[in-house]
Design a protein. Structure first.
Length: 150
């Protein structure tokens, strides 16, 4: 099994478990005299079976990511951490940009605000970080389809 296939299966399990949790919650209480829409025991058993597979996949994915080189210096795990940090930085710079470009003044009689942050500089940072994020993510995606799961 390729790493990418395991990642897809993991995502599917998370989606199925989300649905199972909703269905189990719908069975938790009913009005007196009514019946639950489904048998909760079977739903809980399916949930537990999914969780066992989910745990196995996470352990194997983590092991694979830790052992697989991303470039000459780092592992896939390190690259994921770097990509995620870049994503957080992009989000912060977008917030800085939005704060600097927000229009607070509705008429000429209101107090005028002055920008302390250069929106152009923020946009350049966003563009640079976005490019770096895309490059790492593209390489990760390619590796995911070429690496066998441990």
């Amino acid at each position: 099994m390729k790493l990418a296939e395991a990642l897809i299966e993991r995502a599917e399990i998370q989606k199925r478990n989300g649905q199972l949790i909703k269905r189990i919650n719908n069975c938790a209480k009913v009005l007196e005299g009514d019946q639950a829409p489904e048998e909760h025991e079977g739903l809980i058993a399916a949930y537990e079976m999914n969780m066992a597979r989910f745990l196995e996949l996470i352990q194997r994915i983590n092991k694979t990511n830790n052992q697989t080189p991303f470039d000459g210096e780092t592992s896939i795990t390190d690259a994921i951490a770097k990509r995620d940090c870049i994503g957080l930085r992009i989000k912060a710079y977008r917030e800085f940009y939005e704060a600097a470009t927000a229009r607070d003044r509705y008429s000429r009689n209101e107090i005028r605000t002055i920008r302390c942050i250069d929106p152009g500089e923020m946009q350049r940072n966003i563009d640079m970080l976005s490019k770096e994020y895309r490059e790492i993510d593209t390489k990760l995606q390619a590796l995911n389809w070429s690496v066998e799961l441990s």
